[in-house]
Design a protein around this ligand. Structure first.
Ligand SMILES: *Cc1c(COP(=O)(O)O)cnc(C)c1O
Length: 471
């Protein structure tokens, strides 16, 4: 399998070459040259497989530069009941007639990002050992991504993590999750500033090419193809649990921010998984909902990006969206460049409303969307507790609200649970007047010793800290 850039760069790469990279050299995103097609016989065989073996089958269609024996071992060591809490790894439960919740949040940090990040940690260690090389991951987090990355990379050979976060702005639980890690290869850097300052620092350090090369700086952000690929697996696993046979369609609703999660659903659908509809659920930051309703994609400025009670969906532009649009415009890299480089670059928006391709978003590709507000979120959390004695987190609540707008009798609707309520306790207390349950292993983590340095919002200070801790 070879990978191409959405922006038309002539080079083709193999999986392990793009594993440790971010963007393609022309600024595009990597995608496989084709989507492998799954026939009904294969689907029938896969239905019987445990999660780790299903992951191996799907990954091996996209990865041909790791031996099958090694890849199988990596999948087996990643997707265990010990790490993810159950033998099913992503158990499905029926909430009400025809509406299901697929639990993706029982990994080490209680958000779905563990599903991909845990695999990435093992793939990084494998590839860095094979190359005899090292990587220093520099990131910015407002919560879920940073902790998932740290728990995936802790103790891994050849990898260090330098994770910046805005000092005092994450929830106490999220801070405790990250700062209580005592592993030597994990560095928490609390920046006196806001999340944007952290992102600016990461950009500034990455743009210093000399420094980047000397200290082998890398990232684990959501545009990484390996992360997206890992997420394709749970669409198959959810489908198998929601149906008794492979002739039945299923729809998925996905609480969305950077479009990584639902883009994996798109890939699963392109492979031939019988997915009827992909519902993109957004919060007040409704860039994506606006596109699927109107055909206009308009990125927001910092001033128009709201801080909401589903903070992991607070985005101003959706960094994986370019992958889907590439397919939408028939994989025409020239047209893609016109939209993402010229129109977005010059005007901050592009308009496909009059383009025939826009109709395909809903028709051929099955995408619809919806938007929720803080009031919707609270109402859904209350209603779900009252009627079903089930607690959902604010992001999953956005999903549930959207899902109910697109129910079709006879087609199971699977809502992806992207985090557990304990991560966002303040909103749960606001909705219900009581604290959410806490899994036993997180009892008292706020009182553990913290390993974190505080630095000013200054790229030079962060560079100096990295240099000091890299020998
Ligand atoms: C990251 C995240 C999302 C958004 O996922 P994308 O892949 O960026 O669309 C939604 N909910 C939670 C809890 C998250 O951590």
């Amino acid at each position: 399998m070879n990978y191409l850039s959405t922006r038309g760069h002539p080079d083709r790469k193999r999986f392990c070459e793009i594993l440790l990279e971010g963007l393609a050299p022309d600024g595009g995103l990597y995608l496989p040259e084709t989507y492998p097609q799954i026939d009904t016989a294969t689907l029938a065989k896969w239905r019987e497989l445990p999660y780790a073996e299903l992951a191996f089958e799907i990954l091996s269609l996209y990865i041909d530069d790791i031996s099958p024996v090694d890849l199988k071992a990596i999948c087996a060591k990643t997707y265990t009941a010990e790490v993810f809490g159950t033998d099913e790894v992503v158990p499905l439960r029926e909430l009400e007639d025809g509406v299901y919740i697929e639990a993706l949040s029982n990994g080490p940090t209680l958000a779905f990002k563990d599903m991909a990040m845990q695999l990435l940690g093992n793939l990084f260690e494998y590839e860095l050992t094979r190359r005899g090389s090292q990587l220093n991951i520099l990131g910015a987090t407002s919560g879920d991504t940073g902790s998932a990355a740290e728990y995936a990379m802790r103790g891994k050979k050849g990898v260090r993590v330098f994770m910046t976060s805005p000092d005092g702005r994450m929830s106490p639980f999220q801070q405790a999750q990250m700062f209580s890690l005592q592993d030597e290869n994990i560095h928490n850097i609390a920046i006196t500033g806001v999340f944007d300052d952290c992102q600016d620092i990461v950009k500034a350090v990455s743009n210093d090419l000399g420094f980047k090369r000397k200290y082998r700086i890398g990232t684990v952000n959501s545009i990484n193809w390996a992360r997206l690929l890992a997420q394709v697996v749970y669409y198959f696993a959810g489908y198998f649990q929601a149906t008794a046979s492979n002739d039945k369609p299923v729809s998925f609703t996905v609480p969305s921010g950077n479009f990584g999660n639902v883009c994996a659903g798109h890939v699963a659908r392109m492979m031939g998984l019988p997915v009827q509809t992909l519902v993109v659920a957004t919060n007040e930051n409704d860039v994506l909902d606006e596109f699927f309703r109107t055909g206009i994609y308009r990125v927001r400025g910092a001033a128009d990006t709201h801080e909401t009670s589903s903070p992991s969906m607070d985005i101003s532009k959706a960094s994986n969206f370019e992958r889907f649009v590439f397919d939408l415009v028939g994989r025409d890299a020239g047209k893609l460049r016109k939209l993402f480089v010229e129109d977005l670059g010059l005007e901050g928006r592009f308009d496909l409303s009059a383009d025939a391709a826009f109709k395909d978003a809903a028709g051929r590709f099955g995408f619809v969307s919806s938007r929720s507000t803080h009031a919707d979120r609270l109402a859904t959390i209350r209603d779900t507790e009252k009627r079903f004695a089930t607690l959902v987190d604010p992001h999953t609540a956005d999903g549930l609200k959207a899902a109910r707008e697109f129910l079709v009798p006879g087609v199971p609707m699977v809502v992806l649970e992207t985090a557990l309520p304990i991560k966002f306790a303040a909103t749960i207390v606001e909705a219900l007047g009581h604290e959410p349950d806490r899994p036993a292993k997180f009892e008292g983590i706020e009182a553990l010793p913290k390993r974190v340095v505080k630095l000013p919002a200054d790229a030079e200070a962060v560079k100096a800290y990295i240099a000091q801790n890299c020998d």
